[in-house]
Write a protein that binds this ligand. Structure first.
Ligand SMILES: Nc1ncnc2c1ncn2[C@@H]1O[C@H](COP(=O)(O)OP(=O)(O)OP(=O)(O)O)[C@@H](O)[C@H]1O
Ligand SMILES: Nc1ccn([C@@H]2O[C@H](COP(=O)(O)O)[C@@H](O)[C@H]2O)c(=O)n1
Length: 231
């Protein structure tokens, strides 16, 4: 029989939301890896369906055209934080979903209610099947996808810090243009009718502007461990 001393930690569900470039993916992957949890990048799923729409010539200015085909692609997410994967109909799209073309179009696709309904159901199924628990990152995880998550974090950072971080990733990128693109995408994601980017009332807000990535990871790991201990 398992005693309290030998029992495995209870499964824990962690929701991490926030605007673009605040460190959600880097933090979530590291926290999940450190604590032996699964990891789900929900932005990658919206990017994957957008990639499929572009690839199939769907008119992205027409929400009804997007809605009509939203159920066609099969999107599969691998949830190992050390090697997360994303495929569409069996094709690895981890690279193609990060192009500026997909990035500039994803908000139009993710705003369509039929797309959100399908992807939200997929996300809930993945979260339910994570035996040891999961860190799920996105824009509406704490508010809509997993409102009963054990811990909700909302990451923020100044637009200047976020643009500098992104420009560091994209060699030769212009910081001002990067900042404008981030602000534009956040505005679209925050103003859509269905499940906009928003902080849940019970989320812990962490401003990462002046923190190193390692400090953010340590902060979130501590919060998760506190929740686990209290379960
Ligand atoms: N606290 C931090 N200090 C410095 N750099 C950071 C910090 N957090 C993340 N970064 C860096 O910023 C970049 C963006 O981080 P990340 O991709 O994790 O953000 P994100 O919130 O997931 O963005 P998006 O929503 O656009 O996918 C990465 O290069 C990452 O290494
Ligand atoms: N829960 C979510 C997650 C993402 N989106 C949309 O996907 C876009 C890409 O997200 P990244 O995290 O990969 O940058 C994002 O701009 C949103 O349009 C979403 O709607 N809900």
């Amino acid at each position: 029989m398992e005693t309290a001393a030998t029992a495995a930690p209870a499964a824990v569900i962690v929701a991490i939301d926030g605007p673009s470039g605040t460190g959600k993916s880097s933090t979530s992957k590291a926290v999940a890896a450190q604590l032996g949890l699964s990891y789900l990048d929900t932005g990658a799923q919206y990017r994957a369906i957008t990639w499929w729409m572009v690839h199939n010539g769907i008119d992205l200015t027409d929400p009804s055209a997007i809605a009509a085909v939203a159920g066609k692609p099969e999107i599969v997410s691998g949830t190992d934080p050390a090697a997360p994967t994303i495929t569409v109909d069996g094709t690895d799209v981890a690279g193609p979903i990060r192009t500026t073309d997909v990035t500039s179009k994803v908000s139009a696709v993710s705003a369509v209610p039929e797309v959100r309904a399908l992807i939200t159901e997929l996300q809930r199924t993945i979260a339910r099947s994570a035996e040891k628990g999961i860190v799920v990152e996105g824009r509406d995880i704490g508010t809509t996808v997993l409102p009963d998550a054990d811990l909700k974090i909302f990451l923020t950072a100044s637009p200047e810090a976020r643009a500098a971080r992104r420009s560091g990733e994209l060699k030769g990128a212009d910081i001002k243009a990067t900042q404008e693109a981030l602000i534009k995408r956040d505005a679209a994601d925050s103003s859509r009718k269905t499940s906009p980017l928003a902080k849940a009332d019970d989320a812990v807000e962490v401003d990462t502007t002046e923190l190193t990535l390692q400090q953010v990871i340590e902060c979130v790991v501590t919060l998760v461990e506190e929740k686990r201990a209290a379960k």
